[in-house]
Design a protein around this ligand. Structure first.
Ligand SMILES: [Fe+2]
Length: 213
């Protein structure tokens, strides 16, 4: 919907797949604007700056850059972990959000979640608990592991389940940003209210597609 205000180099801010106010009242327009144009854009900008000494890495897909982080030059590994992680995590987050009511859970997806977690309520309760208990800043994830099982994990800072140093890895199929910048304007210290509101704006069609990949 809008283009980047702050980007240069190879890694560009992806277009938001919805308008800033599309997730109201659950995620407010001002938060969405700041989150995308300043926080996400800063991760892209800082990642590009970190790679200036090694411009050959601008050619890599961001997933490849993150997954192969341990073979990068030592002096940029931390920057790629933090800024590359932030760049990827936010790019992914936007794709699993949608205006309320526009992408409901299908019976097929409900069955998948029930098979993995016992019930939809149990799945949501487990995810909410994980997201609420992530100390400090980080992310909650639903991932598909190598055996095809769905698991709920959290990561600190801008880490994600694709990074080589993580003990539990898998393909992300859903995520929630629980950094305070994602909710503080509207929800202040009430992280759980933000987490529960999130269920209204999940793009379940995309989650189901990712699980099926
Ligand atoms: Fe964020």
């Amino acid at each position: 919907m809008t283009s980047s205000l702050l980007c240069f180099g190879q890694y560009k801010l992806p277009n938001l797949p919805f308008k800033y106010n599309a997730l109201e009242p659950y995620i407010d327009s001002t938060t969405m604007y700041i989150h995308y144009n300043f926080h996400h854009a800063a991760y892209a900008s800082n990642l590009n700056k970190a790679l200036e000494k090694y411009p050959e890495f601008y050619k890599k897909d961001i997933l490849e850059l993150i997954q192969d982080m341990d073979v990068l030059p030592a002096d940029i590994q931390t920057a790629v972990r933090n800024y590359g992680g932030g760049y990827y995590n936010h790019s992914f987050f936007w794709t699993i959000l949608a205006p309320a009511g526009s992408a409901n859970m299908s019976p097929k997806l409900e069955k998948i979640l029930i098979d993995n977690f016992g019930s939809i309520d149990a799945f949501k309760a487990d995810f909410e608990k994980a997201a609420a208990n992530r100390f400090g800043s980080g992310w909650a994830w639903l991932i598909k592991d190598d055996s095809g099982k769905l698991r709920i994990i959290t990561t600190p800072n801008q880490d994600n389940p694709l990074m080589p140093m993580l003990k539990i890895k898998g393909t992300p199929v859903l995520t929630l940003d629980v950094w305070e910048h994602a909710y503080y304007l509207k929800y202040q210290n009430k992280r759980m209210a933000y987490i529960k509101a999130f269920w209204n704006v999940v793009n379940w069609t995309e989650v189901e597609r990712l699980i099926g990949k």
